[in-house]
Design a protein. Structure first.
Length: 291
């Protein structure tokens, strides 16, 4: 079954681990402390299943095949829809935080993750923009800009800081919603980065960089990432409406901001591919690189 939620509880003080089953219904956990453990498997329209066992030091424990029973209040089981699978996967993604603080919502560690519908794309964008860390980072950048007297037209004092913060937060909202929700919904593209995790360093590097200009469609086929490219252009154009007149440069500023956005996406993807996963505690262990 694809997308079943599996929780592993080991001996205290080890924290619980969570994964979603892959396309073949399989799942795995790495770095499990030796001793007794309990598995809890849940999926919509099925009864929750628990099983237990004991793993020894240096042992690879193969869990016997598990069959979930249909929930008692379901008369006819017609299968779990892709929307329900995507909803469960989003719940896992919303728990992904680098160093348990920095949101890492727009990365899927499940290669064949279910596509998101429009409501789910907007939900993920909203969840990102209202996250406390997003607000704090924007506030910090506004303070740096004020200290350097960047965007002098905003002035100084509390009013100048408020304008810088509003402009920065406006950039975040427009870029996130346009490139992460509006255009992906219209163009039927997936706004997430799909972690590769396997292959040579060169192939993973090229994959990460290429994902700034290509993406998966809702049909799971690779295609030009019009959402990110056009989204950065649109966000850059909108920013011309509220930045000080002397800092506006028409088309020049728009294309400059778009190029910076695409380059920043490529750099962020490289960090995702080689660094971020190691510091993200709640990550599904479905990738082939994790036996």
């Amino acid at each position: 079954m694809v997308g079943a939620h599996v929780r592993l509880n080991s001996q205290a003080p080890s924290p619980s681990q969570e994964v979603l089953t892959g396309a073949d219904g399989q799942f795995s956990f790495a770095n499990v402390p030796p001793g007794p453990f309990q598995l809890t498997i849940a999926s919509p329209r099925f009864a929750t299943h628990t099983s237990s066992g004991t793993v020894h030091t240096g042992e690879t424990f193969l869990v016997p095949q598990i069959a979930l029973a249909v929930a008692a209040d379901i008369e006819v089981q017609v299968g779990v829809s892709p929307v329900e699978v995507a909803e469960e996967q989003i719940k896992i993604e919303e728990k992904q935080r680098v160093l348990a603080v920095i949101p890492n919502f727009y990365v899927s560690y499940i290669p064949n993750a279910a596509p998101l519908n429009s409501r789910q794309k907007f939900k993920l964008a909203f969840r990102t923009t209202v996250d406390p860390f997003t607000v704090l980072v924007t506030a910090g950048f506004a303070g740096v800009e004020q200290a350097q007297n960047h965007f002098r037209g905003y002035g100084q004092g509390a009013q100048g800081y408020a304008k810088r913060f509003a402009a920065g937060y406006g950039d975040t909202i427009t870029s996130t919603f346009i490139a992460g929700a509006i255009l992906p919904s219209l163009l039927k593209q997936d706004p997430r980065y799909f972690y590769k995790g396997t292959g040579s360093t060169r192939s993973r590097t090229l994959y990460a960089i290429a994902n700034s200009v290509i993406c998966k469609g809702d049909n799971k086929r690779w295609q030009p990432n019009y959402s990110n490219i056009v989204g950065n252009l649109a966000a850059g154009g909108i920013s011309n409406l509220y930045y000080p007149a002397e800092d506006r440069n028409g088309a020049g500023l728009t294309f400059e901001n778009a190029a910076i956005g695409i380059g920043a996406t490529a750099i962020a993807n490289l960090f995702q591919e080689f660094v971020v996963r190691k510091f993200t505690p709640k990550v599904p262990n479905n990738a082939p690189a994790n036996p």
